[in-house]
Structures are given as C-alpha cells and as structure tokens.
Design a binder for this molecule. Structure first.
Ligand SMILES: O=C[C@H](O)COP(=O)(O)O
Length: 251
C-alpha cells in the first residue's frame, strides 16, 4: 500500500524568516504521516531554517536540486553529502525548469539520483513533455525515454523507494491543469514502464506524483486516480492555508 505524498516545491521563493513563519503556521495541523506524507522542498538557503522549524513535527523536508559530486571544485553547487548531514529527506531532480533554464541532461539526472541514494536520501525524479510534444502526440515516448534514462543502473530496491513526479510542462504555473484522466494515463504508463524494466512489485511500490497547477480545488479529483500517489505543487504550496488544504485533502 503506497502512502500518498503531497510536496510543496517553493522554487525561488521564501527567505529563512518566511520559512519559519510558514512552518509555525502549519506544523500542528499536518495529517498523520501514515495517511499522507507532507513535504516541503525549499531553496538551499532556507533549508537550515526549514529543518529547525520542522523539528519534532510531521513535516518532511527536501531540497530542490543538488549536484552529483559530494565535494570538490564545483563553484555554486550543493553537496548531496552535506544535505544528508543537514537532515534532508528528499531531493527533487530533473525539474523541467532545471532541464530548460540550466541545461540539465538525462545523464546528469541519473548521476544525481545515484548520488542521492549514496547519501541515504530519496530522489523525486521529474519528467514531463512540452506542449509541442503533446500536440504531436509523442508524450508517451518522450516521458518513457526520460524515465529509462533517469533510472539507468538503479536497483529494484532503489526504484521501489523513490518518487517520480509527472509534470507536463504546459501545465506548470499556467493555471492549466492536465485533466485527471490525462494525468492518470501518463502515471499509469510510467508504472507500466517500471514493471517492464524491473518487476510488478517494484512498479506497485514506486510512488508517482502529478504536478502542474495542483490546488485545493482539484487535488481530491487527482488523488482519486489509482496511479496518482501525490502532488508536486508550486504556487499553491506557498500559502500555509492552501498547503494545509492540499495535505489534508482526505478530510
Ligand atoms: O514543481 C512544481 C511544478 O512545477 C508545478 O508548479 P505549479 O503548481 O505552480 O503549476
């Protein structure tokens, strides 16, 4: 049985003071973690404040990116080793904004996934097609290729424990959500791909989120789909009331 996971991705928003205020506002009202896992992924500069504020609560904490080397001459990068030492649980990798603006490749994403596992954290691997790819009806082959490349060389045990976020680029920050049927269709395809690459047990264990204009008004409908195990939420995760409505969607 997969535990749903609702994650906020704050992107380049919030400072340490706002982070502390946000956590203070939500931490007593988060759902039982056996029912829904609540997670905030924050900019690296806010992670220390996030960890301190979330201590003793049901809030998991994540980073939005990391490098694939633990240390060395890599100016400006974030070490997965240090993220683990800081008590970070999850790291988002392969977000379309990283792929697009920062030229992150499938190969980088695969190396990052391995580095995150080597440092005892869990990757959230993002995938998703552009509007152009969807209009050409090539979205399945696109996403399947991204998944195969990201998982290259990972064990069934590792894949069972990780999270995949399907985020169609045309639905991110646009207010245009994929329909719950479109989201389900791709999440099912991803699960079938993992079954083909590994086995049924691994496919049943892996958690797959949908991301792209998820908000309190549509979360319940999306979460009612059998292959959607959570949401990766940008804009609607920045407000404490909205975040609480998302994580408490079962109430
Ligand atoms: O990682 C989150 C996604 O990019 C979705 O962002 P959004 O909820 O603002 O559309």
């Amino acid at each position: 049985m997969r535990t749903p996971i609702i994650a906020g991705n704050w992107k380049l928003n919030m400072n340490p003071e706002q982070t502390t205020e946000f956590v203070e506002a939500v931490k007593a009202k988060l759902p039982d973690p056996s029912k829904v896992e609540s997670l905030i992924c924050a900019p690296a500069v806010d992670l220390d404040a996030l960890r301190k504020a979330a201590e003793g609560s049901n809030l998991h904490i994540g980073a939005e990116n990391c490098y694939f080397e633990d240390e060395g001459a890599f100016t400006g990068e974030t070490s997965p080793k240090v993220l683990n030492e800081m008590g970070i649980d999850y790291v988002i990798i392969g977000h379309s904004e990283r792929r697009g603006y920062f030229h992150e490749t499938d190969e980088d994403i695969n190396k990052k996934a391995k580095a995150i596992f080597a440092n005892n954290m869990t990757p959230i691997i993002c995938c998703g097609e552009s509007l152009e790819t969807r209009e050409a009806n090539k979205q399945e082959e696109w996403v399947v290729a991204q998944i195969k490349a990201a998982l290259e060389g990972l064990t069934a045990e590792q894949v069972s424990s990780l999270v995949i976020a399907y985020e169609p680029i045309w639905a991110i920050g646009t207010g245009k959500t994929a329909s719950s049927d479109q989201a389900e269709e791709m999440c099912k395809t991803i699960r079938e791909t993992i079954k083909d690459l590994y086995n049924e047990e691994t496919a049943e264990n892996v958690r797959i989120q949908y991301g792209g204009s998820v908000k309190p008004a549509n979360v319940k409908e999306l979460m009612s789909k059998p292959d959607i195990d959570g949401g990766l939420v940008g804009g609607a995760s920045l407000d404490p009331e909205s975040f609480l409505a998302l994580v408490n969607y079962q109430d």
